[in-house]
Structures are given as C-alpha cells and as structure tokens.
Design a protein around this ligand. Structure first.
Ligand code: XMP
Length: 518
C-alpha cells in the first residue's frame, strides 16, 4: 500500500483489534489525517511515510507470547510521539524494557480512572479527576520501562496511564476510542494537539483540492476515463471529483439492469446531468431479466447480474474509443480489509458489484475515495455542492431488487415489489425517519397465504418489511419503528399493491441475520 507522505499524517499500527478502525475514525473526526498499516511494518517504511505521530492499536494477543505481532523496535528511535493503546501500551512497554504479566482475572467493562498527573494525554484533565473509562484486557503492565512514570490509575490497573514526557511517549490500558470512555476524545486530542503538536488540517475542502490535483497528475492530458454509476453516493462522489479534474475526458455509464427501484433510472440521470457530468444511460432491462429467468438461487442471481454488468459496461466503453482509466468509489474500509493483520473472512455473500472489471478491461484505476470513511465521503459530496438526496441516499445493493425478490425474478413480481418499496420509502420519509435509519425497504416473499378483501377470498404473496439501524452495516439492529408507522405502511401495502395480502415485520439483527435477505 502507498502511504501518503505529502501531509500531516498519523500512522496507526494495527495489531488486530476490532477497534482499530474506530481509532482511525476518531482521529479523522478531530480533523487529523491518519492511515492504518500492519503493526509489524518495518521502520524504513514508517520513516519514508514521514508521519507526525504513531498510535499502536490494541490486539487480541499477549505481548509476551513469542508468536504475537511485534512492532519494529527501531520505531521508538525515530523521535516521534507515540501513543500505545491496550496491547499497544504493553508492547511499547515491553519493547522498551518493562514487564507485562497475565492478570489474575480478565478485566472487561467500565472502570474509574483517577488522574494523578495532568500532563501529556491527560493534560485536558485536572489532578484528582475521576472519569469512567472502558477496559478490556487479560494482561497487565507490572514494571515500567526507564523514563516512564504512572500518571493515572484505576483500582485494578495501577499503571493504567503511563508516560515519558521527555520522549513524548504515552500508553493507556483503557480504550479512549469507544463511546463508553467518557472523556476519550480529550485524551486522543491531547495526544494529537498538545503532545504531537498537530493541526486540524483534514477537512473536506482540503481533501477535494488535493484529490483533484492528484487525479490531474495521474491521468495524462490525452487520456480518457470512464465511471460506472450505481446511483449510490460513493460512485457519484468519485465521479464528480474526477469530473473536476478531467472535465469532458470523463464519461459516466449508468445501466438500467431491470432491477432498479421506481423512477430511479430517470432520477439518477437528472441528478448527474445537473452536475454537468457526461452520462450515457443504457436500457439493458431485457437482457438482465432474460438471464435471470428461472433463477431462484441468491448467489446465482448475484453472479448473473455482476457478470452481465461487466459485459454491458465493456461493450459500451469500447464504443467510446481509447479509454485508459476506470473510476471506482472504493472506500477506506475495503482498503484496510486487504492490509489488515487478520486473515480473510469467510465469504457470506458475493459483494463486488464490478469485481473483475479492471483486469478484464486492462484499465488503470482512479480511486479518489480510497482513504475515506463513508461519513467523510458525504462531507466531500456536500463540499462539492452535490444534492442532498444523492448524498444521503440509503444504501442500495448492486444486485438491486433481484435480491429482495425472493424466488424467481419476473417483471410481474418486480412491479409488485417496486410499488411496495416506493410506499415504504414514502412513509418512512413522511415519518421523518429516512435519515435516522440505515435502510428501510420491502422484500417480496414467494409465500402465499389466504386473505379476505371485500367479499372475496385472496391468495397472494407476502411482503416483509425490513428497517435497520447501523453505523457501518457490519452490525445492525432492527429498528423499533413506531406502531402507527408500521400500521400505516401495512395498510397502504395491502390496499394499494395488488399481489400482496399480508405484511410481516423482520425483527432480526445482524449478526446472525444479514440486512438483505439474499
Ligand atoms: P448484508 O446483507 O450483507 O448487507 O448485511 C450489508 C450492506 O451491504 C449492502 N449490500 C450490497 N451493496 N452490492 C452493494 O453495493 C452488493 O452486492 C450488496 N449486498 C449487500 C446492503 O444493502 C447493506 O447495506
């Protein structure tokens, strides 16, 4: 991975904690740029990245075990400010001559931190302050390395916060990045601003400027780029940023794959054309629905749609003549996944909308959002003047309604689902809930049941309503929608959508369920 050396940057060395991404998000929220790199990265690579400070993350291992991940000891000779969190604290202490031993029992949960010296990362506290912090560790530091002293303690961790102010090195046993740690932000910001002397320089505006400059340098003056729009925020922001750099040398392609929502094909075209983008819209509905005919298996559906999309996109781009670059809206979490110290996780669902595209088309990639988290993409979109409904649109999967139309995907069933989906969205918006929910949508189940409508018997399919709250889709909880909203949706679905005579509410969280049904 390329580490940016062109600006103030904090490097976060990842030792495998689930919370490493959260540390990065907190640092970014404080408007300081940071990148996550493997904990075992060698010191020469660190030096060449010219970071302004280092954070060592937590991790699931014990530092004294021979096979646990270790940082390059040369790291501590660079003269940089270092903050070690949990495993990171113990590792730094061990590598500098301290001692770490197993605790008699694992400490997990809230604890009271007492501030003994209001210096360094505790400089925003007063001596004697007590605040609630979150602890999670099975080992503890029992002897400090030379130069360090304890500046904060808890009942079970006499060396909960340690520091060597002369070398600007600090270690904390607790987790400042989690919301349960009351004044975690004060600790992190004290490290970033007071100890490391960084500035709040990471803003959407500064990002746009640098990204546009970088794209202009990356793409030769006679080269052309294409971008596949999905209607989602990531590809739209990536396209608008690239358009700023390349102007008419960027062509966007938007494919109607037959499984879009009501009015979506027109909506996306209008929004993107208003922003000045050159857009080719392709109606490929018949081709997609033709290949999906008779297919009920979820993975099959995903593969058919993914592969056909590549075919269509490839054909269209050939019509454009010499294209050299492909714009993709890859985000930072995808990048981290591939550099993390953890192994690859099991494939639950095939989830690469345009996977395989760059290889097949032999194009160079432009990925202007590779260093951003989702919330940062939205801020960038806002600073580019993009419309609110594009930026704040709830996520919609690449395989579209096909994976919400359980069983066979036919035009008739899609029509039912489109109408149902549109009612759900209208009512969720009307209740002021659209921005609060991660997603709210309808799923059409191939389950028929008996109902009564007027004087007649009905025998129709079932609509499942799914509404979830989440911050990153890795985990999600079903939304506790008000009964009157549920009632209104249910009654409208059954009364207005021919083909549905029963509505059920999905009350499963993720894990163990997933957000989409297929
Ligand atoms: P699951 O169902 O895995 O979904 O809990 C997590 C999030 O990802 C979205 N999703 C997709 N997005 N292409 C996408 O662009 C896909 O193939 C895809 N599958 C799921 C889903 O809507 C949810 O927000």
């Amino acid at each position: 991975m390329q580490i940016a050396a062109s600006r103030q940057c904090v490097l976060i060395l990842d030792f495998g904690s689930q919370l490493t991404q959260l540390i990065a998000r907190r640092v970014r929220e404080s408007q300081v740029y940071c990148e996550i790199v493997p904990g075992t990265i060698d010191v020469e690579r660190i030096r060449s990245a010219q970071p302004s400070a280092i954070i060592l993350s937590g991790g699931p291992d014990s530092v004294y075990e021979s096979n646990s991940p270790k940082s390059d000891p040369g790291l501590f000779e660079l003269g940089l400010p270092v903050l070690g969190i949990c495993y990171g604290q113990q590792l730094m202490a061990l590598q500098l001559g301290g001692l770490v031993e197993p605790s008699s029992e694992r400490e997990y949960g809230p604890a009271e931190l007492v501030v003994d010296e209001a210096i360094g990362i505790l400089s925003r506290f007063r001596e004697g302050d007590v605040s609630t912090v979150w602890m999670s560790h099975g080992d503890r530091l029992t002897r400090l390395p030379t130069g360090f002293r304890s500046i904060g303690h808890s009942q079970n961790a006499p060396l909960a916060v340690i520091g060597d102010p002369a070398r600007r090195m600090y270690g904390i046993q607790l987790h400042p990045e989690v919301a349960h740690t009351q004044r975690g932000r004060d600790m992190l910001e004290a490290f970033l601003f007071d100890v490391a002397g960084l500035e709040r320089s990471w803003t959407a505006g500064s990002f746009v400027e640098q990204a546009v400059e970088r794209i202009s340098e990356q793409v030769a003056p006679d080269a052309h780029a294409i971008c596949a729009l999905s209607g989602g925020v990531d590809s739209a922001v990536a396209a608008v940023l690239t358009h700023r750099a390349l102007g008419a040398r960027l062509t966007c392609i938007f494919v109607d794959n037959g499984v879009l929502r009501e009015g979506e094909f027109e909506r996306v075209q209008n929004a993107m054309q208003k922003l000045g983008l050159k857009l080719i819209a392709i109606d490929a509905r018949a081709r997609f629905l033709g290949r999906l005919a008779g297919v009920s298996d979820p993975e099959q559906k995903r593969k058919i749609i993914g592969n056909l999309f590549i075919e269509v996109f490839d054909e269209e781009s050939h019509k454009l003549g010499a294209v050299t670059h492909l714009v993709q809206g890859t985000l930072y979490p995808d990048v981290i996944e591939s550099v993390s110290v953890k192994g690859p996780s099991a494939v639950i669902k095939t989830h690469h909308n345009v996977g395989g595209l760059p290889e097949r088309m032999k194009l160079k990639l432009i990925e202007p959002l590779r260093e951003l988290f989702k919330d940062e993409v939205r801020k960038v979109g806002e600073s580019l003047g993009m419309p609110r409904d594009v930026i704040w649109r709830q996520p919609f999967p690449g395989p579209g309604l096909a994976i919400r139309c359980l069983g066979e995907v036919t035009e008739k069933r899609l029509q039912v689902l489109r109408k149902a989906d549109s009612i759900v969205t209208q009512e969720i918006r009307a209740a002021g809930l659209y921005d609060k929910l991660w997603q709210a949508f309808a799923v059409l189940l191939p389950v028929r049941s008996v109902g009564v409508m007027g004087d007649g018997r009905t025998y129709e399919e079932t609509c499942a309503l799914r509404a979830v709250e989440s911050s990153d889709a890795m985990t999600a909880d079903w939304a506790r929608l008000p009964y009157d909203v549920l009632a209104k949706i249910s009654s409208r679905l059954i009364n207005e959508v021919a083909g549905i005579n029963r509505v059920v509410y999905d009350i499963s969280s993720k894990p163990p369920s997933t957000i989409e049904w297929e």
